[in-house]
Write a protein that binds this ligand. Structure first.
Ligand code: 5RP
Length: 229
């Protein structure tokens, strides 16, 4: 009798647990945001006595970490972190990612930049040949949203203001999110650099400068480790 295929939720649990092997004991770990990271946080609680604590990339992750008894440090209160563990909406064959489906992209990029290694945890549905099928999240200062929308339209992108409960979603930083469809991202590094310098853009959800060094990819056959450096 063959067993039932693993659900996406079970794959996330599997990879969340596998990430524990990348946590440096005795140190502070950088923690991302999202449903896959929630599984990692739950797993992290089982070794909380072996780490000093975490730097968190969102209010949601902070609340989950603290509820499980894991100390959360201000990013300004600590130096470089050895590892940052986070999910992705898409990851390509070089470790470039689209992130921000959970609206936490700015703080995610900040904690990633503070860390020597980015370990991405994802299920196989997130692996792509080229970035861009998932709408690119861009955190913007609200007064610039219309002009940035026109700048994306000039590049063939359709930017839509993200809503929550019928009103513009407000990020942990008090800003808005545009989700941009229809972009052809042939050079993620150049794309990230260009969009980042548009006035009013807080963060673009392409992580090429802060790419992953490792991806733990959950598949029905188990967790694969992909290295990019
Ligand atoms: C949040 C993110 C998440 O890492 C990304 O959206 C993946 O989330 P999930 O693990 O729920 O699929 O970038 O801003």
């Amino acid at each position: 009798m063959s067993s039932a295929p693993m659900t996406q939720d079970e794959l996330k649990t599997l990879v969340g647990r596998a990430a524990l092997a990348h946590v440096v004991r005795g140190e502070i770990v950088g923690v991302g945001t999202g449903s896959t990271v929630n599984k990692f946080i739950d797993a992290l609680a089982t070794i909380k006595d072996q780490i000093r604590g975490a730097v968190s990339s969102s209010v949601a992750s902070t609340e989950r970490l603290q509820a499980l008894g894991i100390e959360v440090f201000d990013s300004n209160a600590v130096g470089e972190l050895s590892v940052y563990i986070d999910g992705a909406d898409e990851i390509d064959g070089r470790g470039h990612m689209i992130k921000g489906g959970g609206a936490a992209l700015t703080r995610e990029k900040i904690v990633a930049a503070q860390s020597r290694r980015f370990v991405c945890i994802a299920d196989a549905s997130k692996q792509v040949q080229a970035l861009g099928a998932f709408p690119v999240p861009v955190e913007v200062i609200p007064m610039a949203a219309q002009r940035i929308t026109r700048q994306f339209a000039a590049q063939g992108g359709q930017a839509v203001l993200r809503l929550k409960d019928g009103a513009p979603l407000v990020t942990d930083n008090g800003q808005h999110i545009l989700d941009v469809r229809g972009l052809k991202i042939t050079d993620p590094l150049a794309f990230e650099s260009e969009v980042n310098q548009w006035p009013g853009v807080v963060t673009v959800g392409v992580f090429a400068h802060q790419k992953a060094q490792v991806c733990l990819l959950a598949t029905p056959q188990g967790v694969q480790t992909l290295q990019y450096d």
